[in-house]
Design a protein around this ligand. Sequence first.
Ligand code: AMP
Ligand code: GLY
Length: 424
Amino acid sequence: MKNILLLGSGGRECALAWKLSQSSLCGKFYIAPGNAGTSAYGINLPISYNDFEGIRKACIEHKIDILFPGPEDPLVAGIYDFCKNDPLLKHIVVVGPSKEGAQLEGSKAYSKKFMERHKIPTAAYKEFNLDSFERGVAYIKRSEPPIVIKADGLAAGKGVVIAQNTIDAVKAFRAMVMNEQFGEASKKVVIEQFLDGIELSVFAFTDGTNYVLLPEAKDYKRIGEGDTGPNTGGMGAISPVPFADDTFMQKVKDRIIEPTVKGLKDEGIIYNGFIFFGLIKVKDEPYVIEYNCRMGDPETEVVIPRLENDLVELILKMQEGKINEVTVQHSPKAAGAVMMVSEGYPGDYPKGRVMHGFEKVKGSLLFHAGTTVKDNNVVTNGGRVIAITSYGDNVKQAIAKSYENAEHIEYEGRYYRKDIGFEF
Ligand code: AMP
Ligand code: GLY
């Protein structure tokens, strides 16, 4: 039996908590800080996922064997190295890469250079900063719009601008490097070619040498129906992805996943955990839009329900360097998740709205995201509030069930997109 500490407080962590707690290998189970949903599966600890000292104390006090960071922040900040350099924590299995490995997500310039070195297909790009501002402007002027401008560092999904013309591109570039729009994160900027295609998310779980593939997913990033309006963390997800057929997935493995895992190993970068490949299919060819060093949210809310293996067993096989001994079983059923959000999201939104109707939900899984308990009520506590996931014989059927149950969850100012998965 293994004692587990899961870090995070979103829908992703609620789905992971649901799954981890089902394992016969799961001993005592804690979530820091968790939400109103995760407390059904383990004990919530009031510790921020960025509070390394707090996490250290909790690991020692609760005799933690497995530390599982859900979000990227603690990984990019080096929680893996923090544990491995501490005599009292170094035995702990950390599900995630070293600080260096997490740079695949933490720095766009780092990940572009990595892809260049390993000939992994991605958009053509150049990197600029304040010193090379004039050259950056000249590069923009030579480029064919649309032009993609990306802050180098973590910017909570807001650091990417797709400019439709040169003037807007220069404006975005200036705001990032001259005005430090995203602070430290936009001191460096990647300017890249726009790829016109359809996106999907692919997840590998690696022990540093071998990998297994989890079910793939597609998320819906824009706030508005028909993919309109500003980007959000994700408004829903489906799995499997109908256009990710065997031929396409073979190209993804050969050209992207294998060179990535091999590249990390050859360069001596410690990476034990998830690699999330944000891909785009252009005509029939896959390209990498971005790497993430963790699972996706809301993709996890459909991927994990379709994973039939014991997740703790997978983690232990990873630790032994024997992930290749595992046969990953994907459920033949489709899964669809609808994310219910607060009015105003992804801008400012209210918190503390009392939620009702949970008991009326039948035949779906509820993964809490931004919720908490106040005066014995479950109340909203974030932009993304709750994910409703359902299974079906196909994506349409799964999503239809989630919509049926979404009607039952009530709170003031609730909003959700009504077109998740409708193109399939
Ligand atoms: P990223 O943070 O790099 O994943 O970018 C956020 C979103 O911007 C992606 O999910 C895409 O929808 C879009 N995007 C980023 N880079 C490109 C690109 N080179 N071509 C087209 N769309 C892009
Ligand atoms: N849903 C996209 C992400 O988790 O980054």
